[in-house]
Write a protein that binds this ligand. Structure first.
Ligand SMILES: Cc1cc2nc3c(=O)[nH]c(=O)nc-3n(C[C@H](O)[C@H](O)[C@H](O)COP(=O)(O)O)c2cc1C
Length: 200
């Protein structure tokens, strides 16, 4: 470990603790993270996804998506992800790089995640394939009672879980008078293997 390893370890720990905080706060800047994939032609694609679970000891993040979406197909071909978040108050960018493990319908991890979704969230997966053309935006639901289990059952077969395993964290703080950048490496099991300050 580099000089100042204690400080680095604290910063790294704090970064993951902040990701955990985002789970409980829809307004938290890291609640929606940017996930970037690469398609079969090498073109990058970035989009926001809601952060659903964090396992700090394994350095794993969980996201949910529709298995009919381009991102799912891209990850099946190349299970590599860049995940980016920015906290404008702390002026801190977290940029993670790692691998994606996909849990399609029928897997235990998928069934567990589906069982925890609210009826309203399940309806996200009940519409047409993401990206299909529409004559007009779908109207918002005027109903006040949640849909039944039976009504949302069709979504179960389209629901996908993305488990992101971090390999590196690029930590960049952009404060007035102090710009700091550090990089952290993780082992395959997610333990912190190395850390160092690098030039911003
Ligand atoms: C605030 C916000 C949160 C979003 N959360 C998700 C999400 O959790 N899962 C998801 O599949 N798409 C989510 N989306 C939509 C994606 O950003 C993206 O536009 C969509 O999934 C299509 O992506 P793709 O064509 O690259 O597969 C979200 C969009 C916004 C604006």
């Amino acid at each position: 470990m580099a000089e100042g390893a204690d400080t680095l370890a604290l910063l790294e720990h704090a970064a993951w603790a902040t990701l955990v905080q985002a789970l409980a706060n829809p307004a938290h800047p890291y609640r929606n993270l940017t996930l970037a994939t690469v398609d079969g032609d090498g073109h990058p694609h970035a989009r926001l996804l809601v952060l659903r679970e964090v396992d700090t000891s394994r350095r794993v993040l969980e996201f949910h998506t529709d298995t009919r979406s381009p991102k799912w197909v891209e990850l099946m071909g190349r299970p590599r992800l860049s995940v980016l978040g920015y906290d404008p108050v702390e002026r801190l960018q977290l940029r993670l790089r790692g691998t994606a493990q996909l849990y399609p319908p029928g897997s235990d991890a998928n069934a567990f995640a589906w069982s925890k979704l609210s009826a309203w969230t399940r309806t996200t997966y009940c519409g047409g394939p993401p990206g299909d053309s529409l004559a007009h935006p779908e109207p918002g639901s005027a109903r006040s009672n949640p849909p039944s289990e039976e009504e949302t059952e069709v979504g179960r077969e389209r629901f996908g879980v993305i488990e992101f395993q971090a390999m590196t964290l690029d930590w960049f703080e952009h404060k007035r008078g102090q710009v700091r950048r550090a990089v952290f490496q993780y082992s395959e099991s997610g333990s912190l293997a190395d850390s160092s300050w690098i030039a911003p």
